[in-house]
Design a protein around this ligand. Structure first.
Ligand code: FE
Ligand code: FE
Length: 582
């Protein structure tokens, strides 16, 4: 038997109170609440007023108390969790754990250090219907999920007092749908666009309706319909896969259900799970990363409402943060690191050397509008915006017009996908030989690559010719003479230096295109021992270009027609023709 204390007797507190009292594994020793609820509570429970700090201290220092269950307003969660963990109590806390990233990290880290269970109550994960859907999708019953839809409508309409402390529609309601959708799809969204009713001057995000459009890293489109208004608690979801569908659309408006009824069993299973985690010292289903992601996504929903535009969801701080990246980014790097070998790069050079397709430069740029770089944790917008944004910011700083042109065309090598295929990582879905940071093959892989732990997977590491510091090269041989992993940089360089595509782009510009993804070199200053005199001169320009490539990644949409004329003139200035052989 475990002794527990329950903090809070509101919407969720009442459900847990009942379940604890009925549980054969739990004894409710204390109930801490601000209101007088003595008439509703069993005599066996010590009722304590939330404002009585001395008595509350006694609760935490009670050595016979095993766990605390927190259902207070969110703003009190962190303090209570920390107090409980410091006093060696396991913790169950209602979602959301807190609305602050640092607090989430601090709470989970302390629980881990102390070997205690920190269990966050996302009850839908314990709902049989949702568990069943997860299992069916995991077993590939409907193939790849292309589209999913959720409907979540609350009933009855919450009380004013609850709305005031609820955290708004996204943190209070949508967080459930976001959590279980990420869990089912085993992925997370890269962008979000939210629409809410017009002319709403509300400042606390307590909208009565909202539609959330999410795009997941693996391409799944998800639409979430949220509402506070309904005639009965309404929870539906539909999944459309490449080889089947799962439709869960049970709804009966006459039932007049509320959430404690709809998720009655889920709440019980959830509590039982908490007990099991404690007894078997096993980790809770909801992890620190899940809580962080749910918070970041709910925040991005609010940002989308405020700015009325699509938001690229940033999971880390700043650009190029590869901690906690989406599944696609991770996989892209893993496969690239494994299969980009000397042999592979040579094959790709051959494969892409006959530049036999003629295409207008502007058409290439527009065509790339259809392509989203799956390796980039910072962008979910098509390439053309990034191209124009890069060029515009170079222009704004008064840099030479050839560099503006490079800004415009530097990623044009991604047009490779027209001739490529997913099998060799040059398709629309699999891009591991087209995008992402490059590295030099034929020598020891740099420890400064993203995910250096993948280095040992590279198929060349067992080859003695290739695994020493200089490998198949010599010191000072010059970067012109090394082989980089195959990608859009090298392909564009090939195009620009072909006699089929005459142009007067200066050497510095060609250098920028060829090495702009070689981050280990220009960002981490690796491979300097290969530098020739030319490389030393060019390095400044490569570095300069990178700042524009990186910091022009934003969600602002630019009017392309406005800038087209200017850039067409630049194209005509530096290229003999307005088309390229690719
Ligand atoms: Fe690029
Ligand atoms: Fe770029």
């Amino acid at each position: 038997m475990l002794n527990v204390a329950l903090f809070g007797y509101g919407r969720a507190g009442k459900i847990h109170y009942k379940n604890i009292m009925e549980s054969p594994n739990l004894i409710l020793k204390y109930l801490i609440e601000i209101q007088d609820i003595s008439k509703e509570i069993d005599d066996s429970v010590n009722l304590i007023n939330y404002n009585d700090k001395t008595l509350i201290n006694n609760v935490f220092s009670d050595k016979k108390l095993d766990a605390i269950i927190i259902t207070t307003p969110t703003k009190n969660h962190c303090e209570l969790i920390m107090l409980a963990l410091e006093n060696n109590k396991h913790v169950f806390v209602e979602k959301p754990i807190t609305e602050n990233k640092e607090e989430i990290v601090t709470c989970f880290d302390l629980a881990e250090n102390k070997n205690l269970v920190l269990f966050v109550g996302y009850n839908r994960r314990y709902d049989k219907t949702i568990q069943n859907i997860k299992e069916r999708i995991f077993n590939n019953e409907i193939g790849t999920v292309n589209y999913a839809l959720t409907i979540s409508r609350d009933y009855p309409y919450p009380q004013e007092s609850f709305l005031k402390i609820s955290g708004g529609l996204f943190h209070d309601c949508a967080t459930h749908d976001i959590d279980y959708m990420n869990w089912i799809l085993n992925d997370k969204p890269i962008s979000v666009y939210v629409s809410v009713p017009d002319n709403n001057d509300n400042t606390d995000f307590n909208y009565e309706h909202a539609t959330i459009n999410l795009k997941y890293s693996c391409g799944t489109m998800v639409v979430m319909n949220l509402s506070r208004i309904s005639s009965s608690y309404d929870q539906r979801c539909e999944f459309y896969g490449s080889s089947g569908e799962i439709i869960n659309n049970e709804f009966n408006q006459d039932m007049k259900l509320s959430f404690p009824d709809r998720y009655k069993n889920a709440f019980k299973t959830e509590l039982l799970n908490f007990v099991n985690c404690i007894k078997t010292s096993s980790p809770a289903l909801v992890k620190k990363e899940d809580c962080l992601n749910n918070l970041i996504i709910a925040n991005a929903c609010e940002e989308s409402v405020k700015k009325n535009k699509k938001i690229t969801i940033k999971y880390g701080d700043g650009y190029r943060n590869y901690n906690n990246v989406s599944k696609n980014v991770y996989e892209n790097y893993l496969i690239a690191r494994t299969y980009q070998t000397v042999n592979f790069v040579n094959t790709m050079h051959k494969k892409y050397s006959n530049l036999d397709t003629k295409m207008e430069i502007w058409d290439i740029l527009e065509d790339l509008n259809d392509l989203v770089d799956v390796s980039d944790p910072d962008v979910s917008h098509p390439n053309l915006y990034h191209a124009i944004q890069t060029a515009e910011s170079i222009k704004k700083d008064g840099l030479p017009d050839w560099m503006q042109l490079i800004g415009l065309i530097h990623d044009l090598g991604k047009i490779m996908y027209l001739k490529g295929d997913d099998k060799t990582g040059t398709g629309k879905k699999k891009q591991w030989a087209m995008v992402g940071d490059t590295f030099i093959v034929g020598c020891k892989l740099s420890d400064n690559l993203i995910f250096p732990e993948f280095n040992e997977k590279n198929l060349d590491t067992i080859n003695e010719k290739y695994n020493s510091k200089y490998g198949m090269y010599e010191k000072g041989c010059g970067l012109d003479n090394v082989l980089c992993s195959w990608g859009h940089d090298e392909y564009l360089y090939k195009i620009l230096t072909s006699s089929k595509n005459p142009n007067t782009i200066p050497e510095e510009g060609l250098y920028m295109t060829r090495f702009h993804s070689l981050y280990a070199y220009h960002d981490k200053k690796d491979y300097f021992y290969f530098q020739s005199e030319k490389d030393k001169k060019m390095f400044y320009w490569l570095k300069k270009f990178n700042s524009y490539d990186l910091y022009s990644k934003c969600d602002d949409i630019i009017d392309l027609n406005e800038s087209k004329q200017y850039y067409m003139n630049l194209i005509k200035k530096y290229f003999t023709n307005t088309y390229l052989y690719i």
